[in-house]
Design a protein around this ligand. Structure first.
Ligand code: DAH
Length: 360
């Protein structure tokens, strides 16, 4: 083999190829072909072992020189290609700073979503978790376990949507309130329990203040010593936080619910300001929720000992809270899917309700 002549020819060939490489991928292919494990230069270097010492003395330095120069050429070309690629990107990706800023997002949160967020923020700050239950319920969870005996007239007030009877005669139904989540929670968790349960409920009713689907939020506290005083303080704190006021005047009127004993409705002092209400001033009373001490029958129906555990619950209409706070007067509009209404009464999805910078 003519040795150094071959090396010169190879160097000329490789240098020309490096100079001609059009992009980094081509250059990399070239590098592997020349200097990779099975590259041409690497194979030649491997043959040094079979040479006579004299030959090796000439070929060794010659091959090393070749290897270094080719590697240098490739490195230099790589730098040049990278610089060229960057220049090309900078030329095409120039930002036009005269363009207007990013447009406002078009979507808005529905007031019901907003109020549910606010409720979760307020009650999670008080140590409550959010619980959920199914919209399609059975009679046991919606009525029986909540101390509505079979045939009890209180069942009729609920305008229930029933499904067709099943083979065994039982009928599933659309839950008429969020109270069945109390039962599901009591049957699945160990006290102490502190949950709120927001969600959809259904009743066969339709006018300015009633829609067949609406929203409620349930609250439940079960512990060994939770009492009516706690309930009262908690709900007053809630009303103050929700209506973003320090002055709440409230009264609790005796009422009846099958699942609480004693039961009450909570009224707050308010005055109208346009379509919304201002809570804390004025001279009118407005009912905002039902509440009471959980009936011992309910606690027992869930497998807990009513002599050991007690607690309180409350329930209120989320849509109604939204109407009061944000002043959209006709409940039917809430579910009409009119984008003009939504953009007027909706909330920015980018401003999340929180207690530090404000709920709304
Ligand atoms: N479930 C009741 C309803 O839909 C509301 C309610 C009242 C819930 C009192 C409660 C409560 O948890 O204690 O009318």
């Amino acid at each position: 083999m003519s040795g150094t002549d071959d090396i010169k020819a190879l160097e000329a060939e490789l240098t020309a190829a490096v100079a001609a490489a059009g992009d980094e991928a081509a250059l990399e292919t070239l590098r592997v072909e020349a200097l990779g494990k099975k590259g041409r230069i690497s194979l030649m270097m491997r043959s040094l072992g079979q040479m006579s010492p004299e030959e090796r003395q000439v070929m060794g330095p010659a091959l090393n020189g070749l290897k270094d120069r080719v590697a240098d050429a490739i490195a230099a070309k790589k730098t040049a290609l990278e610089a060229a690629a960057l220049d090309a990107r900078l030329a095409t990706e120039r930002a036009d700073i005269s363009l207007p800023p990013r447009p406002e997002p078009k979507g808005a949160l529905h007031p019901v979503t907003q109020v549910m967020e606010e409720l979760a923020v307020i009650f999670s700050d008080m140590g409550f978790a959010v619980a959920e239950g199914p919209d399609v319920e059975d009679d046991f969870h919606n009525f029986t376990a909540l101390n509505f005996p079979e045939g009890h007239p209180a069942r009729d007030t609920h305008d229930t949507f029933f499904f067709k009877p099943r083979a065994d005669g039982s009928r599933m139904l659309l839950r008429t309130h969020t109270s069945p989540v109390q039962i599901r929670t009591l049957m699945n968790q160990k006290p102490p329990i502190r949950i709120i349960a927001p969600g959809r409920v259904y009743r066969c009713d339709w006018d300015q203040t009633h829609t067949p689907m609406f929203h409620q939020v349930e609250g439940l506290v079960i512990d060994k010593e939770a009492h009516m005083g706690h309930l009262k303080g908690l709900l007053m704190d809630f009303v103050a936080a929700f209506f973003e006021t320090d002055e709440v005047e409230a009264r609790f009127r005796p009422h009846h619910f099958p699942f609480t004993e004693p039961s009450a409705e909570m009224d707050v002092k308010y005055e109208r300001v346009g379509d919304a209400v201002k809570v804390g001033s004025g001279d009118k009373w407005m009912e905002i929720l039902g509440c009471g001490m959980v009936h011992p029958n309910v606690i027992a129906a869930c497998g807990l000992d009513p002599d050991e555990y007690q607690g309180f619950a409350w329930g209120m209409g989320v849509d109604r809270l939204a109407m009061l706070k944000y002043g959209a007067p006709d409940l039917r509009d809430y579910f009409a899917n009119d984008v003009r209404w939504l953009s007027h009464y909706g909330f920015s999805p980018l401003l999340q309700a929180n207690l530090a910078t404000g709920l709304s």
